[in-house]
Design a protein around this ligand. Structure first.
Ligand SMILES: [Zn+2]
Length: 157
């Protein structure tokens, strides 16, 4: 039952809303990320006054959604989205071009990965542009470490 007596206080806390397709609560992305990565036709429908979240559920094709249940799918994004595909050529680090197959190849050839250290150096030097390059709008290092760990365990089995 709705609580009709509750005082509705305007709050700066982000309202919770979930992916209209799969129910995932998603992660907040800044509007600049959508402006950088949406294809022109999709960008032409952007509502920049709304807040957008990213659905990271790999079986759902929704990439971004807002509180009005407006969605953008993988087809509306210029790049392959790491969370949404198993493609080997999909970037893991969008800024410095570490795709899954590049990470895999280095591991096969040398037995170790320089991806994490190389990317960390670039981050320290202030070269990283995850907010405009990476569809998740935030640092890729977690995904890079996860990918390296996955391939390392496959390699050793
Ligand atoms: Zn979803």
């Amino acid at each position: 039952m709705a609580d009709c007596c509750a005082v509705k206080t305007p709050s700066k806390v982000e309202e919770k809303f979930n992916c209209p397709k799969c129910g995932n609560d998603g992660k907040k992305v800044e509007i600049v990320t959508l402006k950088s990565l949406l294809v022109p036709d999709a960008l032409a429908k952007l509502s920049p006054q709304n807040s957008y979240r990213m659905c990271s559920n790999e079986t759902c094709d929704v990439v971004y959604f807002n509180e009005k249940e407006e969605i953008y799918t993988t087809e509306d994004v210029k790049v392959a989205v790491f969370q949404k595909t198993d493609a080997e050529d999909c970037p893991v680090c969008y800024c410095f071009g570490w795709s899954r197959d590049k990470i895999k190849k280095e591991l096969e050839e040398t037995g170790e990965s320089t991806a994490g250290d190389t990317i960390s150096e670039h981050i320290k030097a202030g070269r990283c542009g995850c907010d405009v390059n990476n569809p998740q709008g935030s640092c890729c290092l977690g995904n890079v470490k996860k990918t390296v760990a996955e391939y390392t365990s496959q390699h050793n089995n």
